[in-house]
Design a protein around this ligand. Structure first.
Ligand SMILES: Cc1cc2nc3c(=O)[nH]c(=O)nc-3n(C[C@H](O)[C@H](O)[C@H](O)COP(=O)(O)O)c2cc1C
Length: 184
């Protein structure tokens, strides 16, 4: 289904520190559940969200390689933590620290996916923003989407290698601040 393109406003939207944005999807990433916090921040009604692909809230400044990593990890049956910039129906944007995980049947089959998101700490975003800008710039150098994502994935891996960290180690080195609430 084609949607009217939304123009980003450059304004940020916020949700409360104690709130958790929750959504569930089927195996293809079609939204099957959205909690009230998700409905409110997104600016869509529940009826507008349910049955839509989760990229309904994709922000054009998010590098595609992050979503490739997300899907590769989920399809292998593993959970992933990621910083994601999302877009509201109004074109405003909001950052989240997301945990995304497969939901399994009793016999270990993946039934769908589930995500919980919290407000990220500003310190973490200070590291994530320039990294994502670098990845996006790399993607924009390529016309072909598959090549673009391959190139930004290579760049992400080389940045991680130069830091001597795996992706999970990188994310957790930032999220320690978030979890411990080291705010001052
Ligand atoms: C459970 C779950 C939660 C997701 N949450 C988000 C999200 O908050 N924002 C987002 O842009 N994509 C999210 N995605 C990824 C989207 O399915 C999609 O891959 C992404 O928006 C990129 O869109 P594209 O693949 O059409 O480029 C989620 C996927 C799953 C399975």
């Amino acid at each position: 289904m084609s949607r009217t393109p939304i123009t980003p406003t450059g304004r940020e939207a916020y949700f409360a520190e104690n709130d958790i944005i929750v959504s569930k999807t089927d195996l293809r990433g079609i939204i099957t559940y959205a909690n009230d916090v998700f409905v409110q921040i997104s600016g869509y009604s529940e009826a507008e969200l349910l049955g839509q692909p989760h990229n309904i809230i994709r922000h054009p400044e998010m590098p595609g390689c992050v979503f490739k990593l997300l899907w590769d990890t989920l399809r292998e049956g593993r959970e992933i933590f990621a910083y994601v910039l999302n877009m509201c129906k109004s074109g405003d944007s909001y950052w989240v620290f997301a945990h995304v995980t497969p939901s399994f049947s009793a016999n270990g089959r993946i039934l769908g996916y589930h995500s919980n998101r919290r407000v990220p700490h500003e310190d973490a975003l200070s590291a994530v923003r320039p990294l994502y800008a670098q990845l996006l710039a790399e993607e924009r150098r390529h016309r072909n989407r598959a090549e673009a994502i391959e190139a930004s994935t290579r760049l992400l891996l080389s940045v991680l290698k130069s830091r001597g960290q795996s992706y999970d180690e990188f994310v957790f080195s930032l999220s320690v601040h978030t979890q411990l609430g080291a705010r001052d």
